[in-house]
Design a protein around this ligand. Structure first.
Ligand code: UD1
Ligand code: CA
Length: 455
């Protein structure tokens, strides 16, 4: 089928320089939500009608399956669809979507498409307690209740305004007919616009059957016109993600205090405490515990690992049974083996740390390759940057690094080596030995503290 996404509206009520359809919901723009849903229907043509903030919209969507058509000026929803006419293949039906209605499910669209078949006009409708502002679905009262027209709020009679079945704006039409009906639209109405909804009366007049389908939930059809509505839809969407996780058996201490901005995949017996944000693609294997207030982006957390409160993890892999935090930061390129402990105020970047190694307090491990069973003492810093270039630190298996050491890269600490506390390591430390670099401790006998001189 052809899909046309209407996204030319300016969204004045968003009070923002960013075009409305580029505002993010769950970390993804409204328009990207609609495009992704449209793609689940495998359309042959996918056409976006843009207008306001055109360049910003175009630069964000460069995939080759998209065609863009500019609508300027914006003379109504019918006029918007007219801009797509040259792109539409007559042999298949056309589905019209709105770029600011982000949460319509693929299932609801599929029902609508099936209802339309090849030769019917199908409209996605909803029953609303408060239909104010919506186009009303007018059905005949000959008992069959066939749809005869859609009347806009501003053009409706009091009797029509009492109708609670509303037009969501989403519809499927046989394309050759659609083109004829669009060509026949006039703007002789209360808003002086070319209404897409007027094609319904044209279809009825032409003897084309008009049918309807309904979504599972009203929120699937809600549009975003303001930050208030955006925030409401964000909560609805997050709650439905949380419900899906709960149904899969994930323990959420409070499903209202979870944010997933991407794809979160969880194994069995995963527990997530409040205030956590998951971005990009995150996988939590069986038995993982995420404590409160963690931000985790593009990460893989292994079996039974425990992420304690207030951790920030990005582009990282955490091995099984590892313990991270509280207050740890794993930066891009971090790969931790099994049973690794990264404690409070430890930052790891672009480093591999093998099984059973520990950096429990106040350390920076950057551009390092760390073996197994290594103990990195408190205050240890890899000096990986000389102001111009980054260099690597190699720490072999079973190394013990005393507290407050600086490892000036490039440098290697051999297997089983020990560094005394306070060492500034500038040359390789041989395996199996103790290396220490600090001035010898002396005690000055008879020394007295200065005393304050009275003036
Ligand atoms: C439209 C429908 C109404 C329906 C309601 C659902 C018409 C005439 N009315 O009304 O029956 O109940 O949606 O929300 O179709 N757009 C363009 N170019 C334009 C005008 C609009 O691209 O010239 C886009 C907007 O960006 C938006 C969508 O079309 O994504 C709907 O426009 P909007 O002005 O919100 O439509 P309504 O007047 O609310
Ligand atoms: Ca409007």
């Amino acid at each position: 089928m052809n899909v046309v996404i209407l996204a030319a509206g300016m969204g004045k009520r968003m009070q923002s320089a960013l075009p409305k359809v580029l505002h993010p919901l769950a970390g993804k723009s409204l328009l990207a939500h609609v495009i992704d849903t449209a793609r689940t229907l495998s359309p042959t043509r996918l056409c976006v009608i843009y207008g306001h903030g055109g360049d910003a919209v175009l630069s964000q969507f460069t995939a080759s399956d998209l065609v863009f058509a500019k609508q300027e000026p914006q003379l109504g929803t019918g006029h918007a669809v007219m801009q797509a006419v040259p792109q539409l293949d007559d042999a298949v039906p056309t589905l019209v979507l709105y770029g600011d209605v982000p949460l319509t499910s693929s299932a609801a669209l599929q029902r609508l498409v099936s209802a339309a078949g090849q030769d019917k006009l199908a409209i996605l409708t909803v029953e609303l307690d408060d239909p104010t502002g919506y186009g009303r679905i007018v059905r005949d009262n000959d008992g069959k209740g066939d749809i005869v027209s859609i009347v806009e709020q501003k053009d409706a009679t009091p009797a029509e305004r009492a109708i609670t079945e509303c037009n969501t704006g989403i519809m499927v039409a046989p394309t050759a007919h659609l083109k004829q009906w669009l060509a026949g639209l006039s703007n002789n109405n209360a808003q002086g616009e070319y209404y897409l909804t007027d094609i319904v009366a044209s279809a009825v007049a032409a003897g084309t059957p008009v049918v309807s389908a309904q979504p599972d939930a009203v929120w699937e059809t809600l549009g975003v016109n303001s930050k208030v509505q955006l925030a409401e839809l964000e909560r609805i969407h997050q709650r439905s993600i949380a419900n899906r996780l709960l149904e899969q058996g994930v323990t959420l201490l409070d499903p209202a205090r979870l944010d997933v901005r991407g794809t979160l995949t969880c194994g069995r017996d995963v527990t997530i405490d409040v205030g956590c944000v998951f971005e990009g693609i995150v996988t939590l294997e069986d038995g993982v515990t995420i404590s409160a207030n963690c931000v985790i982006k593009n990460a893989h957390i292994g079996n039974s690992a425990s992420i304690k409160p207030f951790c920030h993890i990005e582009d990282a892999t955490v091995g099984a049974a590892s313990q991270i935090g509280p207050y740890a930061r794993l930066r891009p390129g971090t790969t931790l083996g099994e049973d690794v402990h990264i404690g409070n105020f430890v930052e790891v970047k672009n480093s591999q740390i093998a099984a059973h190694s520990k950096a429990n307090h106040l350390a920076y491990v950057g551009d390092a390759t760390v073996g197994s069973r290594v103990n990195i003492g408190a205050g240890t810093i890899t000096c990986n940057y000389d102001g111009a270039n980054k260099s690597r630190t190699i720490i072999e298996d079973d190394v013990f690094i005393g507290s407050d050491s600086q490892l000036v890269a490039p440098v290697t600490i051999g297997k089983g080596a020990t560094l005394g506390a306070g060492t500034t390591l500038t040359k390789n430390a041989p395996p199996g030995t103790l290396t220490v670099s600090r001035s010898r401790q002396v005690t000055i006998e008879g020394w007295v503290r200065p005393v304050k001189i009275k003036k």
